[in-house]
Structure formats: structure tokens, C-alpha cells
Ligand binder design. Structure first.
Ligand code: ZN
Ligand code: ZN
Length: 477
């Protein structure tokens, strides 16, 4: 139970007056019984006077409860939000110092679960491997709102000189590496823990809050499942069924105190593709006696770029196809048998995504065939479109404006980066926004996923306010 200094003082006063009253009563009773005030000094006053107190002692917890009930709610929501800031920063530093890679967030999850349990929140652990889910019911029934924080760190070696700098190392894909919260998910955990603490004291909303602490946003290790997709598969959006979901991402390049958002496609659907080109191997001096898969690869790359430059409606949103790696050949005078290309496709609207994916699948084998070879393409989806439900954005924008001030809530452009929060948004309406983490007087910031990535902690409280407002407004009667 949380009692602040003011409540403590009041309770003390109540207890003191209760004792005084009992002593007085005892004094009067005993004085009259033994014949007046002059015998007072001979009375075993202290011994006598404690008897009724001892009797009443059993009722003290009841008194305590009765007197403290109205006092418990005495701290306003605003006061409690403000008071949580040092804790949020402390938690963030602890997570920052002890980062864990995707699907390996064992200690992180333990700390989160303990915090929620201590608050009296119903907790489920091990959802989607290391995910933690907390359920907080309001005083009345109503809708169910999901708040999501991702909890994983990255194989990056920190270069900042902070007192809570990470010195953790681990193995990633067989290589020894430093581990760092280089995307700022440590701040997301701390913010959501803060929101849970504040709301557990102020649950006068009509409905239920589901706190979703999600592992492996950066992608599970090869061969493993994980992230939002696995949590959904394991039923995180059911029992109770989530009506709307909200998420935020701290941003190292957005000034502290600001929130940025965009209705519709905010972050891209990301696909990884693998193209295998098959030719006919021959001597490098006699190309006419074989089929050159390297030349075919060049034509394919060229063709893919025309899908973007000639077919995609770039006035609607951006779209990208990148070939990031080509492997072919062993020697200067051999035309090899095959070539492999891997790359990524980024799209921001469902229509563009459908069109571009279909055209890649059509074009790649067709180009190879035109030059006498063969090619296959495999496309694997890594994230869906982080698509902010337009109606939900409009409905919840005032909650963000209340938290940051209207002038600090700014419309932004889409990014071609991906985010697996998008999978939640494929299931239920969702709103994902960006929170400022750049020191106010800075103009340049180290990008996410780099060793110098830095977040100004004074921006975290706005995250707590934003989520708290969203819950209270969305679950208002
Ligand atoms: Zn990231
Ligand atoms: Zn991230």
C-alpha cells in the first residue's frame, strides 16, 4: 500500500486523538471509581489506561482502513504521474545497463513481471517466449485497450560514456558482440512500467488495460519464431479481446517534449527476397557457348527498379526495392552457372504492396527467360505496414495534445523502416506514434542501431502522460 507523507501525518493525528480520547475516558472512569482526583497519583494509571487500548487494538486495522480509504485517492493523477519520473528513469538505466538480445530477455521479463505483480496486476509470463502480459481492470466494465512496449536489445557495442553504459557481451550468429539498447526499447519498458504503476492507483476507468511487454521486435534469431507475430499466435489479443492497441517509439532525432504521428501508413511493410538465377557455365572467353547469370542479374536489378520508377504511384507514398547482396562466380575467366541476390522491398500502402510484390514475382523469371536462363524469387515478409487507423488517430489525438501541448504534437512523414507492431494493427485498430528523445538544444543525433545512440531521459515522462491520457480517454464512459 502506498502512503505518502501527508497521509502519514493525518493518520498519525487520527491515532493520537484516538489514544487521547481513550485515556481520558479511562481517567474519568477510574477517578470516579476510586473517589476523585486526589487519589489520581496512586492509581496505576498507565496500566489501566492501556487495557481499553488493547481491546480496541483489534479494531485498529479497521479504523486504519476506514480513515485511509478517502485519503488513498488523495493524490491526484497528475501528482502521481509527476512523482513516477525518477522511478521511470531508474528503471530505464537498469534495463540499459543489462540489455538482452531478442528472445533472450529472461531477466528483463522477470523484473517486469515482479513489478506488475507488486502492483496487484494479473500477470502472465512466457507469452511468445519471454513476453509478459499484465491485465488491469477498471472500476467499471467496458472496452479493452492494449498498450505495447518492446523489450529487446541489439548486437551493438555501446560507445557512450554513461555511468549506466552497457558492458554486456553475448554471441550473435556465432560471433562475440557487445549488447546494447541501441533502439531505445529500454525506455519503452520503463515508460510502460510507469503507466502500470500510475493506473493501478487510478483505475477509475470503465474497461480493462492489457500491458503487453513484447520480446524480439528486432526479429528472432534465425530458425526461431518470436515478436508480435508469435504473441498474437499465442492469443495475446484474446481473453479479454483487445479493441484497440497503442504503441510508441522513442526517437533519437525528435526533440524532447514532442510527439510525431501520421495517420495511415507510418512505417513500411518489409519483405526480404532471395533471387536465384541459373545460367549455363562456360569459359569467360566464349560467352556464346553458355548463359551468363551475372548479366541476367544486372538486367533483373534494372527491371526491378523500373517497378519503382515507372509503376509505383510515388505521389501516394514512397516505395523501395534494394538489392543488398549479389553472390556469383569464382574466377575472372569463368562465366559461372548461377547467381544469388538478396534484398528488401518496402511499401506503405496495401495496394502498392500487392502490386509491387506481384510484379517482382512476374518480372524476375520473365527477364531470366528472355536471356535464355531461369530465375526463381522467394519473398519472405518481415513486418506488415504499420498502419494507423485513421478514425482512431482522430479520436485519440486530443489525448496526445493534452499531454504535450497542441503545438508539440506534429504530423510527420512516413518512414521506410519497419516495425512489428504492424502485426497487431492487422488484427485490431492501432495507433503508433513517435516520442521525442533528442536533447532540446541539439541539432544532430546518432541514429538508432548505432554505438553512439543516445536518449535524453527528460523525454520519458511525456510517454507516461500520453499513454495514461489515452487509457483514460479511450475508456471514458
Ligand atoms: Zn530497432
Ligand atoms: Zn525499435
Amino acid at each position: 500500500m502506498h502512503i505518502n507523507f501527508f497521509e502519514h501525518t493525518i493518520l498519525k493525528m487520527i491515532k493520537t486523538s484516538l489514544c487521547t480520547f481513550l485515556n481520558m475516558k479511562e481517567f474519568l472512569v477510574s477517578s470516579s471509581a476510586v473517589g476523585g482526583l486526589k487519589n489520581f497519583k496512586q492509581m496505576k494509571f498507565t496500566k489501566l489506561s492501556f487495557k481499553p487500548i488493547a481491546k480496541i487494538k483489534g479494531y485498529l486495522p479497521l479504523f486504519f482502513l476506514l480513515f485511509s480509504m478517502p485519503l488513498m485517492a488523495q493524490n491526484s493523477l497528475e501528482e502521481d504521474i509527476k512523482a513516477i519520473e525518477p522511478k521511470v528513469i531508474e528503471w530505464r538505466r537498469d534495463f540499459h545497463k543489462n540489455p538482452e538480445l531478442s528472445n533472450r530477455e529472461f531477466n528483463t521479463a522477470k523484473k517486469i513481471a515482479k513489478h506488475l505483480e507488486d502492483l496487484g496486476i494479473e500477470v502472465t509470463t512466457g507469452v511468445g517466449k519471454t513476453g509478459v502480459v499484465g491485465i488491469l481492470k477498471g472500476k467499471k466494465t467496458g472496452k479493452v485497450i492494449g498498450l505495447r512496449a518492446d523489450i529487446d536489445a541489439l548486437p551493438v557495442t555501446e560507445r557512450n560514456s554513461l555511468p549506466f553504459k552497457s558492458t554486456v557481451t553475448s554471441t550473435f550468429l556465432g560471433k562475440e558482440t557487445g549488447v546494447m539498447h541501441a533502439c531505445g526499447h529500454d525506455t519503452h519498458i520503463a515508460i510502460l512500467m510507469g503507466v502500470a504503476e500510475v493506473l493501478s492507483k487510478h483505475n477509475d476507468f470503465a474497461g480493462t488495460v492489457k500491458f503487453i511487454f513484447q520480446p524480439a521486435e528486432e526479429g528472432p534469431p534465425p530458425g526461431e519464431e518470436g515478436g508480435a507475430k508469435l504473441m498474437i499466435k499465442e492469443g495475446v489479443l484474446e481473453n479479454p479481446k483487445v479493441d484497440a492497441i497503442f504503441g510508441l517509439h522513442i526517437n533519437s532525432g525528435t526533440p524532447v517534449g514532442t510527439i510525431r504521428y501520421k495517420p495511415g501508413g507510418t512505417m513500411a511493410a518489409t519483405e526480404r527476397f532471395v533471387i536465384n538465377v541459373k545460367g549455363v557455365q562456360t569459359h569467360g572467353s566464349a560467352p556464346w557457348s553458355g548463359v551468363d547469370p551475372i548479366l541476367i542479374s544486372a538486367k533483373i536489378i534494372d527491371g526491378l527498379q523500373t517497378i519503382i520508377s515507372r509503376e509505383a504511384r510515388l505521389v501516394d507514398e514512397a516505395a523501395v526495392i534494394t538489392v543488398g547482396k549479389i553472390t556469383a562466380g569464382v574466377r575472372f575467366n569463368i562465366i559461372p552457372e548461377s547467381a544469388e541476390m538478396i534484398g528488401t522491398i518496402r511499401t506503405l500502402t496495401p495496394d502498392m504492396r500487392k502490386h509491387i510484390l506481384a510484379r517482382v514475382q512476374q518480372m524476375v523469371p520473365a527477364i531470366a527467360e528472355a536471356y535464355g536462363g531461369k530465375a526463381t524469387v522467394e519473398i519472405q515478409n518481415n513486418t506488415a505496414i504499420t498502419y494507423n487507423d485513421e478514425e482512431l488517430v482522430e479520436q485519440m489525438l486530443p489525448s496526445l495534445e493534452k499531454a504535450a501541448g497542441a503545438e508539440n504534437v506534429q504530423l510527420t512523414k512516413a518512414t521506410t523502416g519497419g516495425e512489428d507492431f504492424s502485426y497487431f494493427q492487422e488484427e485490431v485498430p492501432g495507433f503508433y506514434f513517435f516520442l521525442g528523445g533528442m536533447p532540446k538544444n541539439s541539432t544532430k543525433a546518432a541514429p538508432h542501431h548505432t554505438p553512439d545512440f543516445y536518449i535524453d531521459e527528460s523525454g520519458l515522462l511525456l510517454g507516461v502522460k500520453a499513454f495514461t491520457n489515452i487509457v483514460n480517454d479511450y475508456l471514458a464512459e
